[in-house]
Design a protein around this ligand. Sequence first.
Ligand SMILES: Cc1ncc(COP(=O)(O)O)c(C=O)c1O
Length: 371
Amino acid sequence: MRTYGRDLARIEKDGLTRRLPVRKPDVLEFSSNDYLGLADHPLLKEASIRAIEMYGSGVAASRLMSGNISLHEELENRLARLTGMEAALLFGCGFMANTGLLSSITSRDDLVFADRLNHASLVDGALLSRAGVFRYRHCDTDHLEYFLANRTCRGNRFIVTDSLFSMDGDIAPLRKLHQLSMCYDCNLIVDEAHAIGVFGNGGGICRELGIRPHTVIGTLSKALGSYGGFVAGNADLIKYLINNARTFIYSTGLPPAAPAAALKALDIIESKPCCGRKLLDMAADFRGMIESSGFSTAPSESQIVPVRVGENRKAVAFSEYFERNGISAVAIRPPTVPAGTARIRFSVTLRHSRKDLSSAALILNSINGGR
Ligand SMILES: Cc1ncc(COP(=O)(O)O)c(C=O)c1O
């Protein structure tokens, strides 16, 4: 019989036990990815309620059966336009989008070159396809180019990267990656989960830079304040995924409230194209406040602001100290981040006031002995 006690004891010994904190209404939240503060926006709630009244609480079938509603297709058209791609396809969540995409478009004849700090769903998608995977050092385009020049295969080659890295808040060298993908005849796949809604007037970092990769992946579950994931690319890719992506085919369509809320989020973002810029300016101010408390926020250049403390238990102690002071700022430990780099991950959102940001920085300052 499989037992779990020994594994759990080891996890506990390493200071890595994960718990499920119940969200408290009265704390100042710094761990949410609701970057634009849209998740409880009255217009999104109203749109969701209307969709539930019209279509019900669930669609109760795969979209290839009876689970396809016009809201799904309307949202796919809007997401394609937002990202500047030809077409888009919704998935149950971003994780399913990544695993469905990579497991279906790559095969054992192919090679995937992946940034070492890519999100787990990109790693798992490539593993499912049994493609050869080479993980290049984080954002190191020389290391990637070494692989590109020396690792060939019978099939296709793919470069896969997050655009904005979720645990460090830094940005992939996308111009160079795009250039390398052209030069070495590779397909560039970019996961814009944390950048959609924030960068490029909502369209992501590729959009901001004027780069058109082979595929863009995104989620509805962060800045768009809803739930679900999507892949955007050319029309043939989307047709291919409808016919091959197992996480799309063998899974129920998104419940009506989710695309309805995301469509409303897109209306809001389009009507306020500067909201992402405002968030990034607030985050830059926050990084300045933290740095003046004697902590480094490197390499963050976005609304995701990590403060590395190194040791697992120390990160948990920091997080608990914040909690005692009315702030939710979660400790991130391995395997989510590399060993020895445990951290507190702050995410700045448009719900924060300047006073909220300085309160968090002041608490850090007090941990550091008020330097
Ligand atoms: C880079 C990245 N890709 C994909 C995902 C998965 O998205 P979702 O939460 O919609 O499953 C996440 C979520 O944390 C992420 O950070």
